[in-house]
Design a binder for this molecule. Structure first.
Ligand code: SF4
Length: 346
């Protein structure tokens, strides 16, 4: 790999060695004026992770590739200084998702080289990637779609065959795990202090992001603003189709988060073929926080992972959480209504 690849995969061991060999001390990255554009990019990396995901735009220019690469340790340090578990998970996932898009474009030998960095020994057989089942389980066990269960895979003498897309998905998981497990890094307080201005912006964005999930905000229920996945789940439920456990959890937590009352939700599930009032009441109460933890409905990334993202539409590209969809659609509808009232007054 060269610096252009390191810019896309800054978490590989060779990239860390490349950075170490550069002609400056790592501390200077956080303090010297000359590195300000890199610190800015590091900050935007974290802000993008808090927002709708990290984007890469690496031109065929060594300087820019180097800047992109160096912004990664800056981003890690910023995340470590904030030291918030939600941010750590979100950042690691966002880096991994961004890398996944690039992994899919690599040549076969390059994907194998990347996998080797994660101690995954792979070979090729008839255009499929073949890995040991223990490596497969190590990373696929958190992916919940049925096709990822080991029993649904072709296994021959302890080896699992995977398409390029699926092997790339395994790599995404390996990347996410590596990044998440390395955070927070131990950062000297004076380094965090020197990054105060960037940290303030990140903390503010994080607060705004978290406040999007404030239950109080959604007192008035607006079914017209439900995202397609929830409409799909509701109409399936109403039609008597049994919902998967993960979808049922997503739907109940979503409805609770937008302020629907417990009785109303239990009523919705009455048509379900396996409806058991006592069990449903217990589950809804549990998600509502009867045991001390009120759950927030899953993000779009989790919905997709569990195969629960149905009917994605244009607005979905601008959000990363079904609750954000609801809030944005409500805003759009209200704005439209205000426009109509104004027109009538003229
Ligand atoms: S993108 Fe998000 S909001 Fe849209 S359908 Fe999928 S999970 Fe629902």
């Amino acid at each position: 790999m060269d610096v252009f690849k390191f810019a896309y995969f800054p978490f590989v061991n060779a990239a860390a060695k490349y950075v170490e060999a550069l002609d400056f001390k790592l501390d200077e990255l956080f303090t010297e004026r000359a590195f300000e554009p890199i610190r800015e990019r590091g900050k935007s990396r974290v802000l993008e992770a808090i927002g709708d995901g990290i984007t890469r735009n690496i031109n065929p220019d060594e300087g820019r590739a180097k800047k992109e690469l160096l912004s990664y340790p800056v981003a890690r340090i910023l995340v470590s200084c904030v030291n918030d578990s939600y941010l750590i998970k979100r950042y690691a996932l966002s880096e991994a998702k961004s890398a996944f898009e690039k992994v899919k474009e690599l040549r076969d030998d390059e994907i194998k080289e990347l996998a080797a960095d994660f101690n995954i020994d792979s070979s090729m057989e008839e255009k499929l990637f073949v890995i040991h089942f223990s490596d497969y389980i190590r990373y696929a066990n958190v992916i919940h779609e049925p096709k990822w269960k080991l029993v649904n895979r072709n296994m021959d003498r302890g080896k699992v065959s995977l398409s390029r897309e699926d092997f790339s998905r395994i790599m995404e998981e390996a990347i996410r795990k590596r990044i998440e497990s390395g955070l927070p890094a131990a950062v000297p307080p004076e380094i965090c202090e020197s990054l105060r201005q960037y940290l303030e912006e990140i903390r503010n964005a994080l607060t705004v992001r978290k406040s999007e999930f404030n239950i109080e905000e959604f007192k008035e229920i607006m079914p017209d603003c439900f995202p397609p996945c929830m409409v799909h789940a509701l109409s399936n439920g109403q039609a008597g189709v049994n919902l998967a456990h993960s979808m049922r959890f997503a739907l109940v937590s979503f409805l609770l988060n937008i302020g629907m009352n417990l009785e109303g939700i239990i009523e919705l599930f009455k048509v379900s073929p396996d409806f058991d009032e006592e069990r449903t009441r217990y589950q809804v109460n549990h998600i509502h926080g009867a045991t001390g933890t009120a759950y927030t409905s899953p993000s779009c990334a989790t919905m997709t992972t569990y195969g629960n993202c149905f009917g994605k539409e244009a607005l979905c590209d601008r959000i990363s959480h079904p609750l954000s969809y609801y809030r944005k659609k409500a805003w759009i509808l209200k704005k439209g209504m205000r426009g109509e009232t104004k027109k009538q007054q003229i």
